[in-house]
Design a protein around this ligand. Structure first.
Ligand code: GRF
Length: 199
């Protein structure tokens, strides 16, 4: 499968995908990476791995994408002949035309056991609630935030004295295993295939 990976942050999930591919645990290739943050760790990891590391100007609102950016991302995905879109810490909301064109083929990794703790700051929400455990979720992306079909989850204990940072770091360790696993299951089952079922 040809993957596009989109991210805005440190890029540790991108690094995990790259590692899984080179260790042959994930039989996919990264066709393109896209970021809205030109100076991010994500982009650095992509370029150092020799991957196309494209920057898209998302517009003024840090959580939204301008209409022009939504279209630009779609065009990049088409040009790179992408089968699956992976949101790995992409902090802006993806909408049309990508959401419909790639329906059922966009996955996101979220640092909570969805449907709990949707949105940004999920590890802090788990702490505020006094949760004994939290975790991570890999799910399909739909127009509604953090609400698409759940594909896999892993649990993580909350320790006494955890801060949002220490808890998030523990969650990420599980994300780095879970996301490549889910992608590889898709590869092995031959699903989802670009254009499958389309007329
Ligand atoms: C991850 O915790 C992911 O669940 C969330 O954003 C974070 C991205 O981390 N959506 P990284 O950039 O992959 O290190």
């Amino acid at each position: 499968l040809r993957l596009a990976v989109l991210g805005s942050g440190a890029g540790s999930n991108l690094r995990a995908i790259i590692a899984a591919i080179s260790e042959k645990k994930l039989k996919a290739e990264i066709a393109v990476t896209l970021t809205d943050q030109a100076d991010s760790g994500f982009r650095k990891i992509a370029s150092e791995a020799g991957l196309p590391a494209l920057h898209v100007d998302g517009g003024a609102n840090p959580h939204r994408l301008s209409e022009a950016a939504q279209k630009e991302i779609f065009e990049h995905l088409e040009r790179a002949r992408v089968d699956v879109v992976v949101l790995a810490g992409f902090m802006r909301i993806l909408k049309e035309p990508v959401i419909s064109a790639y329906a059922g083929r966009i996955v996101n990794v979220h640092p909570s056991l969805l449907p709990k703790h949707k949105g940004a700051n999920a590890p802090q929400m788990a702490l505020d609630e006094g949760a004994q455990e939290t975790g991570c979720t890999v799910h399909l992306v739909t127009a509604e935030i953090d609400a698409g079909l759940i594909l896999a989850q892993a649990k993580v204990p909350v320790h006494a004295g955890d801060t949002a940072e220490t808890l998030h770091a523990r969650i990420k360790v599980e994300e780095h295993k879970l996301l490549p696993q889910v992608l590889n299951e898709w590869c092995e089952r031959g699903l989802p295939v670009r254009g499958a079922g389309a007329s």
